[in-house]
Design a protein around this ligand. Structure first.
Ligand code: SF4
Length: 415
């Protein structure tokens, strides 16, 4: 099998892993090697569903000794298999980078022999790119759960981002669909990344020559909809992962069925709108000061697919509205449906000089029609009998791997 044939198989096998983003790190080129993670010349392309493919996103191999039911690469799956050598991945990355096809590498792998062996192979690729070829572009390496802590420590020296996939929201889900995986093992790997990064960042504050460890932090991916775990459990799980391991992102991937799938799996794909609502809920946790318990409740454990979670919260709490945009503190303004955090900051800056009117909000490109039932401005008071308006169903094609800035501005405008 030649490299091109391997690339077809292993790039296709990697497309199910959404846990990569090409941003969040700055690595300036030193003039001797090739590439850097910011600046011009970066070529982005997007698949029809909005996913960015500007990274060379591949598996080292799709052979896997594990048999996770939801995964096409599982041991029992009847698919074409391939395995790259370390040199092949290095040369493909450099070749694509120089042609400006990619801005970096996202490298994952099926588990071969053992977690340690697999992790060593991934590290060899990153090490060769950084040390032998002085590659300054972005590298995202999958951390194989269960590998030794010393390998994680080494990987973080070469990779911009590490990610250990949580795979499924709960331990029960793993027992059901990925029996060889355990939450505690995955979280131990996350903990190792987090504690090593904290340690190295502290050292770096004192001694500038301390090398950076995974400067773009860690992320994870969670497949949703493969079991009947509720959004309530998913959001609580996400909140706990964010607070325990300072994750930069959690990527939610709706389960999509494949031919001759195991009977334990659902027949229908998870609606894209559910993925979208989970991302909105995730944004509320991280940027809008919401607690997990405010987004869903045990009585209504799933997100409403017809309305965004912030609007739903507002409808459940009419006593909190209307909110005076000229007087309310930041945390209160963040609760207004249709008002993103960037616009909240703009409002806070503008109101130091004059009292805002509806026209000022229009100039900030806020949808006055959506926001007006929830606010008071210098020239407007909502009619007490007006019911909160139903916002239009949001556009669903999110660019899940774009810069956080791009994604945040997309979601920012929608929340
Ligand atoms: S370990 Fe990863 S690649 Fe292997 S079957 Fe499970 S999810 Fe798929």
């Amino acid at each position: 099998m030649n490299t091109q044939q391997k690339l077809e198989i292993l790039a296709d096998a990697a497309k199910y892993d959404a846990s990569c983003a090409s941003s969040g790190a700055t690595r300036a080129g030193n003039g001797k090697g090739v590439g850097h993670t910011d600046g011009t010349g970066i070529c982005h392309s997007y698949t029809p569903d909005g996913r960015c493919v500007s990274l060379l996103k591949i598996l080292l191999t799709n052979f896997c000794t594990y048999d996770c039911v939801f995964c096409v690469n599982r041991a029992s799956s009847d698919i074409r298999r391939a395995r790259f050598t370390v040199e092949e991945v290095v040369s493909l990355t450099l070749d694509f980078y120089k042609r400006n096809y990619i801005e970096g590498l996202f490298l994952s792998s099926g588990i071969i022999q053992s977690p340690d062996y697999t992790m060593e192979q991934l590290i060899q690729v990153a090490r060769s790119l950084r040390l032998t070829h002085h590659f300054g572009g972005y590298i995202h390496v999958k951390a194989i759960p269960g590998c030794s802590g010393s390998l994680i420590e080494t990987a973080g020296l070469y990779a911009d981002r590490l990610s250990a996939n949580i795979e499924l929201p709960t331990q029960q889900d793993l027992v059901q669909l990925a029996p060889e995986k355990r939450s505690v093992v995955i979280e131990t790997t996350m903990h190792q990344i987090h504690s090593r990064k904290t340690e190295m960042d502290e050292d770096r504050r004192r001694i500038r020559s301390t090398p950076k460890f995974a400067p773009a932090g860690q992320s994870t991916q969670m497949v949703v909809g493969a079991t009947d775990t509720t959004d309530h459990e998913i959001i609580h799980r996400a909140a706990s992962l964010y607070s325990s391991y300072r994750l930069r992102r959690i990527y939610y991937t709706g389960f999509s069925p494949y031919p001759q799938a195991d009977r334990r799996l659902p027949l229908a794909a998870t609606p894209l709108v559910r993925e979208h609502r989970l991302y909105q809920a995730d944004w509320l946790l991280r940027y809008y000061g919401f607690q997990a318990g405010e987004i869903t409740t045990p009585d209504a454990p799933d997100l409403d697919l017809s309305v965004d979670p912030k609007t739903l919260w507002a409808r459940r709490h009419p006593e909190a509205f209307p909110i005076d945009v000229n007087a309310a503190p930041r945390e209160t303004l963040l609760r207004v449906p249709g008002l993103g955090y960037r616009n909240v900051d703009r409002i806070l800056a503008i109101r130091r000089y004059h009292r805002l009117t509806l026209e000022d909000l229009r100039r900030l490109r806020v949808s006055v029609k959506s926001i007006s039932p929830w606010i008071v401005t210098a020239d407007y008071l909502p009619h007490p009998s007006l019911p909160p308006q139903q916002p239009p169903l949001q556009q669903l094609s999110l660019n899940l791997e774009a810069d956080p800035g791009t994604i945040s501005s997309t979601l920012d405008g929608q929340l």
